[in-house]
Design a protein around this ligand. Sequence first.
Ligand code: UD1
Ligand code: CA
Length: 469
Amino acid sequence: MENNVVILAGGQGKRMKTDKPKVLCNVLGEPMIEWVITACENAKLNKICVVKGFAAEKIDEYVDNRQSKAEIKTVMQQERLGTGHAVMQAKDFLEAHKDGNTLILCGDAPFIDADTINEALELHKEKGCSVTVVTSRVENPTGYGRIVRTDDGISGIVEHKDCNPAQLAITEINSGCYWFKTADLLDVLFEIKPDNAQGEYYLTDCIELLIAKGKTADACISHNPNVALGANDRRGLLMLNDIARHEIIGKFLDEGIEFTCTDGVSIGNNVTIGAGTVIHAGVVLRGNTTIGKNCMLGNNCIIENTTVGDNVNLNNVQAYESVIEDDVKIGPYVQLRPNSHIKRGAKIGDFVEIKNSTVGEGTAVAHLTYIGDSDVGANVNFGCGVVTVNYDGDKKFRTVIGDNAFIGCNTNLIAPVRVGKGAYTAAGSTITTDIPDNALAIERGKAVVKEGYAEKKLKARTEKFEKKK
Ligand code: UD1
Ligand code: CA
């Protein structure tokens, strides 16, 4: 028996004032539909059909670029005539998987979770239901469909706009997530009529149609209080963002992470952090980022798709697609651009940029330095203001620096170039040739000193100054 998913993602979300489909609006940096698909994958559901409509090409692009565990196909809904009409577009998909159950989800309700999906499926199977609705009890049910309970199940869902006063008072709402027996859904889906306040084909009408045929319908209250939440405008989206942000911070508090102040702190869904790490205000952790134990992330660090070891101290650092090993100290005001690898115990000081380079164990790059396309060994010392000159305006070249080398202040290393192990460069040198191990290279103009040169000039200047007085 197969369990499949249909995700409704046809809507525009006019009030978002965007040219994207609403489900592609971001919550914590990920499109809402990404949250929904991830929940399905976590629930081990691997056949998904996405109903697209408004700006459908953007949904195609998103699905094509996504690295999915699940098999995802899309179907087109030409006109947006309601949630029932949207599901009708998935007819072929439903028929191809007729003997199982189908989970229907709204692509704009990002907080659905795998446990809720699985618990609802258990109840659905246990009670032999044709449809099981995932519901939530909320303080303010405005705008949501209300669940009408009976002694042993439900008799239907009434949309807010179709409610009578008694129904308006119901606080158990439809989350927009349902398990259907696929064959039963197909039996009634095309019988839905748009005779309601909004003139739409309501998917929820399937419930009464199924009950009329003697089938069973029930509701499963989710343990997740946010399960039904969606956003219709930018205010709503910001609210979802804040909820997600605090949920994730709450989870990390339980895992032993210390937050000194959560202002501006934003941590993505796929981030992991080791216990004992301290996070200060303004830290943003995005993508597939892993932070080790007992780290200190000082103010305003932005870390994206980066692996950080244990006991690392970062202060005002931006790091992208990089690796930072244990016991490294970086900052303030440092940028690690993609493919930088900072090895154990290295120290990177203020105003340093590193790109596509390895910095060896214990190496110190204290200030005002650019290291690009370079392989730097262990225990190297960089003076202030070193530049690896990696680009000739056409091609990029690598700089290789051996262990224990000492790069003098304001050295330019014109790549391709090699500095041998233990070699020195004299301050202010522009190094254009390879330096053997343990050598000193001086590549700068010889000093020319003109004795007494300034005397005449200084005299003229002082006279002018005296006249002005
Ligand atoms: C729906 C439910 C309501 C529930 C709420 C939960 C119905 C009739 N009502 O209402 O009971 O409380 O969800 O959020 O189902 N969509 C399409 N094509 C369409 C219409 C909608 O793809 O023609 C998609 C939207 O993009 C969205 C989802 O379906 O992702 C839900 O649609 P929406 O219009 O927001 O439904 P609600 O009125 O909120
Ligand atoms: Ca909605």
